[in-house]
Write a new protein. Structure first.
Length: 137
């Protein structure tokens, strides 16, 4: 898969390295290496005496691979990760915070069609307890 030059330029590194891993919704997540290192610190800091934590750590790291761009700004994705995400040809790259989601086009389209019935209610549930911002009432 060739990464767009504009995306690479935004990372501010001449030849950035990445880690790719399975995402939560059957997509792949492409992490800039610096972001992956921070996430790894958090995951590695979990209490290993708790079985749920150990299970999560094993599951989270399963499939993670370090990637470097080749001379044509391409990365090679493993067959196992492609199968996990249902990718056989076309992909959609979606920038989400400090990482990039890699979706099979068909799955991304289905995900977009599955909008919540009450987006306003979801926004209130997720963001309603945040402090700060403008309170107009």
């Amino acid at each position: 898969m060739r990464l767009p030059s504009g995306l690479i330029g935004q990372l501010g590194e001449e030849k950035p390295a990445f880690v790719i891993n399975r995402g939560f919704e059957n997509c792949l997540i492409l992490y800039p290496e610096k972001v992956w290192e921070e996430i790894s610190k958090e995951v590695n800091g979990l209490n290993q005496y708790d079985k749920r934590n150990r299970d999560f750590v094993r599951y989270f790291y399963r499939g993670a691979q370090r990637l470097e761009l080749d001379a044509a700004d391409r990365i090679l994705l493993s067959k196992r990760l492609l199968e996990y995400a249902g990718i056989d040809k076309d992909v959609i790259l979606v920038a989400v915070n400090d990482r990039i989601e890699v979706w099979a086009t068909e799955k991304y389209d289905l995900m977009l069609d599955d909008e919540p019935d009450d987006f306003s209610g979801l926004a209130q549930e997720v963001l309603g307890n945040k402090t700060g911002g403008t309170n107009m009432g």
